[in-house]
Design a protein around this ligand. Structure first.
Ligand code: HEC
Length: 91
């Protein structure tokens, strides 16, 4: 019984960790792929376009597709979470 419970707990923890967006991984992806066309100034300019988390996610995907990177949803989420934590600070 105890063993089953801890297996379930471990599984739940593993799933939670896997699905939480990782801004550190997102920073690495951004630094490697996202500095050719624009720098970080587009994220902080006064008239920036992105005004919601949803829009941020879509814009990251748009730029990523323009690059032909074929990122997984998780990588898009990691980059969005990094950009939000570092620059946008949207709720
Ligand atoms: C092929 C060129 C190109 C690359 C490479 C590129 N972007 Fe962009 N990005 C653009 C253009 C063009 C805009 C719109 C700029 C404007 O409106 O002045 C933009 C705007 C953005 C914005 C919105 C800025 C705002 O106004 O709020 C975000 C966020 C963004 N890019 C993220 C990324 C990410 C993440 C990557 C790496 C996956 C990336 N970009 C790589 C061309 C690019």
């Amino acid at each position: 019984m105890l063993r089953t419970a801890s297996a379930v707990l471990l599984f739940a923890l593993g799933t939670a960790v896997c699905h939480a967006a990782d801004p550190v991984a997102g920073k690495a992806l951004t630094d490697q792929n996202c500095t050719h066309c624009h720098g970080t100034e587009v994220y902080t300019r006064a008239d920036r376009k992105v005004q919601s988390l949803d829009a941020l996610h879509r814009q990251v995907q748009r730029c990523e597709l323009a690059l032909g990177l074929k990122w997984f949803d998780e990588e898009i989420a990691n980059v969005s979470s990094y950009l939000n934590q570092e620059y946008y600070r949207l709720k």
